[in-house]
Design a protein around this ligand. Sequence first.
Ligand SMILES: NC(=O)c1ccc[n+]([C@@H]2O[C@H](COP(=O)([O-])OP(=O)(O)OC[C@H]3O[C@@H](n4cnc5c(N)ncnc54)[C@H](OP(=O)(O)O)[C@@H]3O)[C@@H](O)[C@H]2O)c1
Length: 247
Amino acid sequence: MIFPEWTTANLALYAALTLLSVGMGAGEALGSTLMKYSKFRPQKGWHPRAGMFTLYFLPIVATVIAALPYLPSASLVQVIVLTTLITHFGKRCLEVLFLHKYSGPIDPFTTLAIASFYTLVAGFLSYLNRWPLPAPDGLFWLGLFLFIFGETANFVHHKILADLRGASSEYILPRGGWFDYVVCPHYLFEIVAWLGILLLSRHLFALIALLGMAGYLLARSRRTLTWYRQKFPNFPSNRKAILPFLF
Ligand SMILES: NC(=O)c1ccc[n+]([C@@H]2O[C@H](COP(=O)([O-])OP(=O)(O)OC[C@H]3O[C@@H](n4cnc5c(N)ncnc54)[C@H](OP(=O)(O)O)[C@@H]3O)[C@@H](O)[C@H]2O)c1
């Protein structure tokens, strides 16, 4: 793990980042910062495609700006870390534009909150990439594999959701892939992809971001499971939230 120099300023910065990250999951679990989009959307708000595109596009801008100083002489490790960040958010932009079928608005505050968090995560990881691993090691290549696997499986489950909906805007009981075991397999594979980014970057902040996202996605998947159980009386009783057979 690559740690920052523990100056007073860095101690305060990393304490704040940890609180923010842990707070995201805790807030979602307690319902106090429930992100208002998709199944938990408000009556009125921004167009979902415009809101979602904004919150995934800004992190790409931040990633590129933070990389400008080292881009001309970037090492293989730096190029791969940058490529994964841009690929992740670029894939999400393309899915928002061409794959997802939304049925309602996104709350403006939610859009700004998620946009700020993602922009901070992507921009700071890109900035920290000025101090990369000296050379790829075994964990680095494992990270690249996990990233590619996680993003691919995440896409496959997004496609299943989009195909389910067809031309309607109804919610349908998902089937196929890991949806037969959990209600949020796409969240699980997103966590796998970010675990990959941690192994590639190896910076402490990548671990803090991963823990924050995993906490949030675990809490959100539990809420989603509760939502499905209430909406579908015939909901399979053995289906879990995010981890097959366990959680
Ligand atoms: N890294 C992080 O912190 C983080 C946080 C949140 C999300 N994400 C990632 O972003 C991706 C999208 O997340 P999300 O929360 O927007 O996912 P989601 O709520 O499952 O929605 C994804 C798409 O599927 C549609 N959909 C959902 N359930 C459906 C059903 N039962 N029948 C038909 N259509 C359905 C949604 O439509 P509606 O909009 O109409 O509901 C939306 O278009 C995920 O892969 C997730 O991992 C990451």
